[in-house]
Design a protein around this ligand. Structure first.
Ligand SMILES: [Zn+2]
Length: 145
């Protein structure tokens, strides 16, 4: 079903062209109608089947047009769905980046000791507390102007 919908346009056009040729040249009718004539069917049923065989390519043309239309709708829906997914991923990524930026901004609000005032171990980047003893490395809050 998925594959048929993906190539619905070329399949649809091929189907329409083939059935148009069948109908214009009367090829389908001439191929099939001898079987009807050889059968014992007669009366109104014969006329109905005769007409049905005559218009069969037209019925197929309508079906192939429907295939193209539904295929188009299907592809459009699939496209919207995939774009929605992409947007969602992008929003999630932006939120992650925003979190990192917020954290960075929070760090920049303070002055820090370069070495722990408690145990003397050096301060690692983006640390507010000593990674060895847990003592605060903040000297003071920078005044915001
Ligand atoms: Zn320490």
């Amino acid at each position: 079903m998925n594959k048929l919908m993906k190539c619905s346009l070329p399949v649809g056009i091929a189907g329409i062209v083939i059935n148009l040729i069948f109908f214009i040249t009367n090829l389908f009718y001439e191929l099939v109608v001898p079987f009807l004539e050889d059968s014992s069917i007669d009366g109104p049923l014969f006329h109905f089947l005769d007409a049905l065989i005559f218009y069969t390519p037209c019925i197929f043309i309508v079906l192939f047009i429907a295939l193209i239309v539904f295929g188009h709708i299907y592809k459009k829906k699939a496209y919207v769905k995939s774009e929605g997914k992409k947007t969602k991923v992008m929003i999630e990524k932006n939120a992650e980046v925003q979190k990192i930026l917020d954290k960075k901004a929070e760090f920049l609000k303070y002055d820090y000791f370069s070495n722990c005032p408690n145990c003397g171990s050096p301060r690692n980047e983006n640390e507010q507390n000593c990674s060895f003893c847990g003592a605060s490395l903040i000297i003071r809050k920078i005044d915001e102007e």
